[in-house]
Write a protein that binds this ligand. Structure first.
Ligand SMILES: Nc1ncnc2c1ncn2[C@@H]1O[C@H](COP(=O)(O)OP(=O)(O)OP(=O)(O)O)[C@@H](O)[C@H]1O
Length: 243
């Protein structure tokens, strides 16, 4: 099966006044269509940096990322913006919704910004997929945190991205809202579409088809369809530096 994403020898270093810090120490990985891959690890192990580099939001210091066979480094800013709009989706802990727009208009915004005509049926179907048909006309301030995050997910899903990147998507949510969001992400990863999620929630991580456990900017352990107990043990080992 062709890889949806392929990353080779990703290194990320920062140069500061006290010398250079290596945040990613040479990570290689591949993601297949239909996979939910979760990334866990101790604080500072490089999870968010890895997600940013995999998604093209940040550039590695060295190494290569290909998505659907396209080397991200070969795309100029405009070509990457187009690629990102057409093929990638993003969900972060902060919902990044526009306060003045309704839920419906927030979901339609990316299409509007790219000059396309809004497919109202598609926006409605995205709202319905996240269970928010009733609040289509409400603004973010009238919605709970869980509802706002579901609007953000609907906005990402409305474009049917091949690859959805999520960084702590349930970080600000209560348990019930969080589990709704996780169900949406778990369901989305199927067929041709994949999800990569960074999380501190180890039970959520265990929903992954594969779990990458980072330590010091490297992949310490990789688990395939683990239980939550397996994930807890692997993260504990990574924290202690045990194999
Ligand atoms: N712009 C930057 N300049 C210097 N160091 C940075 C920069 N961005 C991140 N770092 C460092 O890189 C390391 C990894 O950060 P990153 O946010 O990727 O880790 P993380 O595993 O996602 O952490 P957390 O679980 O706390 O969110 C940290 O030590 C952080 O201080």
């Amino acid at each position: 099966m062709p890889h949806l994403l392929f990353a080779r020898d990703l290194v990320k270093t920062y140069n500061g006044s006290s010398g250079s810090t290596t945040v990613l120490a040479g990570i290689s990985l591949a993601i297949q269509p239909g996979e939910l891959v979760t990334i866990v690890g101790p604080s500072g192990s490089g999870k968010s940096t890895l997600l940013q580099c995999l998604s093209g939001l940040d550039s590695p210091t060295s190494g290569r990322v290909e998505i659907e066979g396209t080397d991200l480094a070969t795309l100029g800013a405009d070509a990457f913006a187009e690629f990102r709009r057409d093929r990638l989706g993003f969900v972060f802990q902060s919902y990044n919704l526009i306060p003045a727009l309704s839920a419906f208009d927030n979901i339609a915004l990316p299409t509007r910004l790219s000059g396309g005509s809004v497919d109202k049926a598609r926006v409605r179907s995205a709202l319905s997929a996240v269970g928010l048909t009733e609040v289509a006309r409400q603004r973010p301030s009238q919605l709970s945190g869980g509802q706002q995050q579901r609007v953000a997910i609907a906005r990402a899903l409305a474009a049917s991205p091949a690859l959805l990147f999520a960084d702590e998507p349930t970080g600000a949510l209560d348990t019930e809202s969080g589990s709704r969001v996780l169900t949406l992400l778990r369901t989305y990863a199927s067929g041709e579409r994949s999800v990569v999620m960074v999380t501190h929630d180890l039970e959520a991580a265990a929903l992954g088809d594969r779990v990458l456990v980072l330590r010091d900017g490297g992949i310490h352990t990789q688990l395939v369809r683990p239980t939550a107990v397996d994930v807890f043990a692997a993260v504990d080992n990574a924290r202690q530096g045990r194999r």
